[in-house]
Design a protein around this ligand. Structure first.
Ligand SMILES: [Zn+2]
Ligand SMILES: [Zn+2]
Length: 243
């Protein structure tokens, strides 16, 4: 699975990141599940899910939230309604209006990839939400929370805080495709480590992926698989990841 893919809704996302292109690249690279996670918005998730359903390809809905401290955290949900509740919280804490020319266009598309409209919110901005508030909200809404690209020098919980704060529950920590293959320094006892592509362009899709054994392609099963790995403490919760 590759659970970190941006669409044409993200200001930094390629306008070619529409359902058909994303799904065809995912299939071409042998992926079996993808996750959609735009910056501070989930307005394209329904269209990607619908397009996936048409061809029997599981699409999991998510969002990549930018916190007060410029930390990126990903939330994924089985229920679209719950994801949209989190989006409401994010929108209520996100100021400003996008300037497409300056920051990039933010296209909301339908399942066929036609542009329905542009999202006006300043998705490139940071919310004034704390890490605790976002993680509590994701879990209360029955989602799973992942720390984005913890190896990156910016926008990660480690780059901004230097450590994983106590009392903070991440279902998994994520490495970027650029992370060194020796991941020992990123291992945290008991927190599973995964690696995904953080795709912004079609050619990025599947450049990194992780393998989990699931009964069904859904968040509940991903949570179960991550918890099982968390419980077998011996290896620091490391999951096999691939580049
Ligand atoms: Zn990010
Ligand atoms: Zn991202």
């Amino acid at each position: 699975m590759d659970l970190h893919i941006h669409t044409c809704l993200s200001p930094c996302g390629d306008s070619k990141m529409i359902p058909e292109t994303v799904l065809s690249h995912a299939k071409m690279h042998g992926l079996q599940i993808i996750g959609i996670s735009d910056h501070n918005s989930a307005e394209n998730v329904a269209a990607f899910k619908e397009a996936g359903e048409r061809i029997g390809f599981p699409v999991i809905g998510g969002i990549e939230v930018t916190m007060l401290e410029e930390i990126h955290v990903l939330g994924f949900f089985d229920e679209l309604e719950n994801l949209l509740q989190l989006q409401d919280l994010v929108y209520n804490h996100l100021q400003g209006e996008n300037d497409g020319e300056a920051f990039g266009e933010q296209y909301v598309v339908d399942a066929d990839g036609f542009v329905a409209r542009s999202c006006r919110k300043l998705l490139i901005g940071a919310t004034d939400l704390s890490l605790e508030k976002v993680l509590d909200s994701i879990h209360q809404l029955d989602g799973i929370a992942r720390a984005s690209h913890i190896d990156r020098a910016s926008f990660s919980v480690l780059s901004q805080l230097g450590f994983i704060p106590e009392g903070i529950y991440f279902d998994a920590l994520e490495l970027s495709p650029q992370a060194q293959t020796d991941t020992a320094e990123y291992k945290n006892p008991g927190i599973p480590l995964v690696r995904f592509s953080d795709s912004h362009h079609p050619q990025d899709i599947g450049r990194s992926f992780s393998v989990l054994s699931l009964g069904e392609p859904c968040v509940a099963e991903i949570r179960r698989a991550l918890r099982e790995r968390r419980d077998c403490k011996g290896d620091g919760g490391y999951l096999f990841t691939y580049t």
